[in-house]
Design a protein around this ligand. Structure first.
Ligand SMILES: Nc1ncnc2c1ncn2[C@@H]1O[C@H](COP(=O)(O)OP(=O)(O)OP(=O)(O)O)[C@@H](O)[C@H]1O
Ligand SMILES: [Mg+2]
Length: 359
């Protein structure tokens, strides 16, 4: 079994058992449990209701003179695969571990971008956090990227791998905040590339952010401000990612990481370094192709597509049309002909229309 299969199996077994998992205590709750459980969109203590989440219903509550976020698990979750079905359990597991680390003086500041958990219960399907009075990130600038990569550095060192760094899971209230841990899995940073051991080295912390978020932002920059602006934004992000990975690598060396992990990280660092010195065009093409394709596969795999899925397909089709030969030279076509790719993207487009998810 792969590490991911093992994790899935033990989470499904936990879900099938009667075991409870709680974070914090009810004594620390601003509202009694019965009231939290009885929460409906029209309850007097509800300020706002977000029905758009795939795993949960999210409410903004007011109690004890401040705002809270109540997340109620959806049964069943709208994501049609085992990871989707166990994502609420997974979130409660990660919240417990992260909350314990946040209380340690050594990690308190480094994990300040991770939302606090006041109370969570897996069996009751509820999770209570302070409300983050922030906004979605429409423009990435240096401060935002630095803060995000600082949080990533802490998480990776501590063995937390966040797969779903999408725009809907990030808020900015002066600091970049993470608050959705449905697809954050544990791994051993000294021995593994990610939560799938050494099996999928193409996935790493920066890659997850680029795939789920940054290349979608760059796609928009390309359309609105042209290729030059998109390349400049990639350069800014890569400088920050490079610095982050250099720090990560030297910390992992001190802790005795394996040669495979250090070699793998060294390789990524080397590629970025070369591209930053010699021009980012090739890296942009390779990573944008990889990002749009990988995100498309995720969306189709979970049968959860959005208008962005359609835009990504449009980008891939146009890229195939205009840069087919270069894609072939960079060995990005996985041994298939451009015609085979064209047919596959056509099919993807039909499915992506069929599987659009609303609220
Ligand atoms: N602590 C918080 N403060 C402010 N807003 C929040 C908070 N937690 C969640 N939200 C809002 O609710 C939305 C859905 O929350 P979250 O991502 O945790 O749910 P989800 O069902 O797991 O979503 P999905 O499966 O679609 O990623 C977020 O995009 C955000 O707008
Ligand atoms: Mg989310």
């Amino acid at each position: 079994m792969t590490p991911e299969q093992q994790r899935r199996q033990s989470q499904l077994a936990f879900a099938a058992s009667r075991a409870e998992l709680e974070v914090g205590s009810l004594a620390g709750c601003p509202l009694p449990l019965e009231q939290l459980l009885a929460t409906r969109p029209g309850s007097p203590w509800v300020r706002r209701h977000f029905a758009g989440g795939l795993t949960a219903d999210v409410y903004q509550l007011e109690a004890s003179g401040r705002l809270w976020t109540l997340k109620r698990a959806r049964h069943p979750c709208k994501v049609q695969n085992p990871d989707g079905q166990t994502s609420f359990l997974n979130e409660v597991q990660r919240r417990g571990e992260l909350q314990a680390l946040k209380r340690q003086a050594d990690w308190h500041e480094a994990l300040a971008g991770i939302v606090d958990t006041r109370y969570a219960s897996y069996r009751q399907g509820l999770l209570l956090s302070p409300w983050i009075a922030g906004e979605a990130i429409a423009e990435w600038d240096e401060r935002r990227l630095l803060q995000l990569f600082d949080t990533l550095l802490a998480l990776l060192q501590l063995g937390f791998f966040e797969w779903d760094l999408c725009p809907g899971n990030l808020l900015d209230d002066g600091r970049i905040r993470l608050f959705d841990f449905g697809y954050m899995y544990r791994f051993d940073p000294l021995r593994d590339c990610n939560s799938n051991g050494l099996l999928t080295p193409q996935h790493h912390g920066a890659e997850r952010f680029e795939t789920r978020c940054y290349y979608a932002y760059l796609l928009r920059l390309e359309q609105e401000r042209g290729q030059g602006a998109a390349l400049a934004a990639l350069e800014l992000e890569k400088r920050i990612a490079l610095e982050c990975y250099q720090r990560l690598r030297s910390r992992l060396i001190k802790r005795g990481a394996s040669a495979s992990v250090l070699g793998w990280l060294g390789n990524i660092i080397g590629q970025w370094h070369t591209a930053l010195r010699g021009g980012l065009d090739g890296l942009y093409l390779r990573e944008a192709w990889r990002s749009h394709l990988s995100d498309l596969e995720d969306d189709l795999g979970g049968q959860t597509c959005t208008p962005l899925t359609l835009q990504r397909i449009g980008w891939l089709q146009q890229c195939l049309q205009e840069c087919g030969a270069q894609l072939q030279r960079l060995e990005l076509l996985a041994g298939r002909t451009p015609d085979a790719w064209r047919a596959e993207l056509e099919q993807a487009l039909v499915k992506a229309h069929q599987w659009q998810v609303g609220g």
